[in-house]
Design a protein around this ligand. Structure first.
Ligand code: ATP
Ligand code: MN
Ligand code: MN
Length: 376
């Protein structure tokens, strides 16, 4: 999968709850996700492959049955009998029936627990899959947007695309439902809470005398002078501003405007809102304070050029997953937005670095379920 995002992993059923009035389905909890499953298919503690929303499952008839079509099966947020369901669970035995690989279980299925042992019959190699392991590529899952964008760069496209620079991290955020342990292990951290803007991701970098502009997955080059992102970056004179400093950094932000992602904010102009700065020499993200300082050096006023900030010192102490999801619902704080636009969600970033040898800023997103249900 191109984005590198982990969309499917080996996990366990933590909880099973009935749905009032439903005979054939029930709600399973996997990590912090709640997902509808066939009643009786699982017991608490059973291992499963959990697939996140935004996945496109390959068309494996036997587990998708009636919902299958030749283009694969898209997993979205749905509401059934008043319950939100996010994701899809595949029983381990279906994994063993992988249609493109001849694999068989080595050990008794009753003993499945922290590790699954499979034998690849073609190469005669043992495959050991431990709890938490990313199975996105193993199953052949694609991400929804990637699927739509391919093929790109066909006739009529106005950009050339090159591979994304290896020295910059691609913009990506993990959903809070996938890292529920953060509530326990990161109680002491403080978080910067920013609004998650719905546009398209653009990275502008300078490293030595090298500069460039990148979309979510590619370094791009405008070949017709008609690329919106490139025009916005030029208007802000970002490349020249970077070249006046000796910083090796990548500005990462969201391009918003009339022609982008449905323009949910009903903007009449294009804007570039910076949400992160990647420090290339230390290979980590800048903290809030460092980001503000760098923007000042570049003579960019943070209040005009940064994604809206909801809090600078939020704590997860005493909070639950549902508190955070509730907090994600709300109106956009983008000052240029039309009033009362439902926001996409929030992104939380630690205000200090963690780790000793390799310091990093950690982050996660909370997407508004109200927003997800309205979007179709
Ligand atoms: P797509 O739009 O392709 O489905 P996404 O927005 O859902 O992608 P995620 O991985 O879910 O992608 O979230 C990360 C993306 O969120 C980043 O690529 C970035 O473009 C965007 N984003 C918007 N606002 C922020 C913010 N305040 N902080 C960090 N990322 C943000
Ligand atoms: Mn997404
Ligand atoms: Mn997005």
């Amino acid at each position: 999968n191109e984005s590198g995002r982990s969309l499917a992993y080996f996990e366990k059923i933590l909880k099973l709850e009935p749905i009032v009035g439903a005979d054939v389905i029930e709600i399973a909890t996997v990590l912090g996700w709640r997902v509808i499953v066939k009643k009786g298919l699982y017991k608490v503690g059973d291992p499963v492959v959990y697939c996140e929303i935004d996945s496109i499952l390959p068309p494996w008839q036997y587990f998708i049955d009636d919902k299958m079509d030749s283009r694969g099966f898209k997993i979205k947020t749905i509401k059934l009998r008043g319950e939100i369901s996010q994701g899809y669970c595949i029983p381990i035995k279906e994994l063993i029936n992988h249609p493109h690989k001849k694999i068989k279980p080595i050990y008794n299925q009753e003993k499945l627990d922290e590790i699954i042992h499979l034998l690849d019959e073609e190469s005669n190699e043992k495959i050991s899959i431990e709890m938490g392991r990313n199975l996105t590529d193993f199953i052949g899952i694609k991400k929804i947007t990637e699927y739509i964008q391919i093929p790109r760069n066909v006739n009529g496209s106005n950009r050339k695309a090159y591979t994304f620079p290896s020295f910059i991290k691609k913009t990506d955020q993990t959903r809070i439902q996938s890292v529920p342990h953060y509530f326990n292990v990161h109680e002491e951290l403080e978080w910067e809470v920013t609004e998650k803007l719905e546009g398209s991701s653009i990275t502008v970098f300078k490293k030595g005398d090298k500069t460039g502009i990148c979309s979510r997955n590619f370094q791009i080059e405008d070949i017709e002078g008609s690329d919106i992102s490139q025009a916005v970056i030029e208007d802000l004179d970002l490349i020249n501003r970077l070249l006046t400093t000796d910083l090796n950094i990548a500005l990462q932000g969201e391009i918003l405007g009339p022609k982008i992602q449905g323009n949910i904010y009903q903007l009449r102009k294009n804007y570039y809102k910076i949400f992160d700065i990647f420090l290339i020499d230390s290979q980590r993200y800048a903290t809030h304070d460092e980001r503000v300082e760098i923007l000042n050096t570049l003579k960019l006023k943070p209040s005009d050029h940064m994604a809206p900030i909801i809090s600078k010192n939020f704590s997860l102490k005493g909070k639950t997953l549902s508190d955070i999801l509730e907090m994600a619902n709300g109106f956009s704080m983008l000052k240029e937005s039309k009033p009362k636009v439902q926001r996409e969600g929030l992104v939380f970033k630690s205000t200090s670095t963690i780790g000793s040898a390799n310091q990093s800023v950690i982050s996660f997103k909370a997407i508004s379920n109200q927003y997800l249900l309205k979007k179709k």
